[in-house]
Design a protein around this ligand. Structure first.
Ligand SMILES: CC(C)(COP(=O)(O)OP(=O)(O)OC[C@H]1O[C@@H](n2cnc3c(N)ncnc32)[C@H](O)[C@@H]1OP(=O)(O)O)[C@@H](O)C(=O)NCCC(=O)NCCS
Length: 209
């Protein structure tokens, strides 16, 4: 049994330690982090997954802009090395995207391995440019509302709108975090197999979030 909850300030050090463990040293030097500098996270969508209180996985989202339109930047997502391949990453992806849709977000962007993220509906965004150096094959998008990426092209920009920044900074999560938590069973391996697209590389390979 697992519990997925919005990340709180009390989780932050543990989540950072998990990311340090799962990603190469210097992860914050990646160009995608420049889009996050000084910008508050989207608190409702930053989730931690625990089993018996022990942190197993985490996912975060930031707001960015493409062609002045609001976009969710997904990542980092990481699952503790001892729990990878058990479906926890998939659970966090699905639950966070469900929450994002519910909150009215239309489009999501990430930098990652298409063979993994295609199972959640992500595909290459040919006309969207992440800050260099980013391999364009790894710039992937998902429409949460039909047509949300149509005609949305150009460089990915930091969120700078004062109104949005103020709103995100003041908002540190749902007023009642407990009610925003969900309890989930151990993922069904059969369901995981049916979700797969049959084109996988090694678990956790070459992530640059
Ligand atoms: C990538 C990650 C989040 C996936 O979470 P997970 O819980 O291990 O993955 P799941 O159990 O949901 O899915 C496992 C499946 O995904 C595949 N997979 C995992 N990482 C993959 C990758 N980078 N590319 C392609 N397939 C991948 C596995 O081979 C497995 O396939 P199967 O269902 O056919 O057996 C996790 O492995 C991780 O934290 N890795 C290290 C950090 C990282 O790379 N983060 C992602 C940034 S792009």
């Amino acid at each position: 049994m697992y519990e997925i909850c919005p990340e709180t300030a009390a989780d932050e050090a543990e989540v950072e330690a998990l990311y340090d463990l799962c990603f190469a040293p210097g992860r914050t030097a990646l160009s995608s982090y420049r889009l996050r500098d000084g910008v508050p996270k989207v608190a409702d969508l930053c989730l931690v997954l625990r089993a018996d209180g022990i942190l197993q996985a985490a996912i975060r989202f930031w707001p960015v802009r493409v062609a002045r339109k609001p976009v969710l930047l997904l990542g980092p997502i990481a699952v503790h090395p001892t729990a990878q391949g058990e479906g926890l990453g998939g659970m966090l992806m699905r639950d966070s995207l469900r929450r994002a849709r519910h909150l009215g977000w239309g489009r999501v962007l990430l930098v990652g391995d298409a063979p993994y993220y295609s199972r959640f509906g992500f595909s290459r965004l040919d006309d969207v440019e992440m800050p260099p150096p980013t391999n364009p094959d790894r710039v992937l998008g998902l429409e949460l509302s039909p047509g949300a990426w149509v005609g949305v092209a150009g460089p990915v920009m930091r969120e700078t709108s004062p109104g949005v920044m103020e709103m995100l900074a003041q908002y540190t999560g749902s007023p009642d975090n407990d009610s925003a938590c969900v309890t989930v069973q151990t993922p069904d391996p059969q369901v995981l197999r049916e979700d797969s697209d049959g084109d996988k590389s090694a678990t956790g390979a070459s992530a640059d979030q």
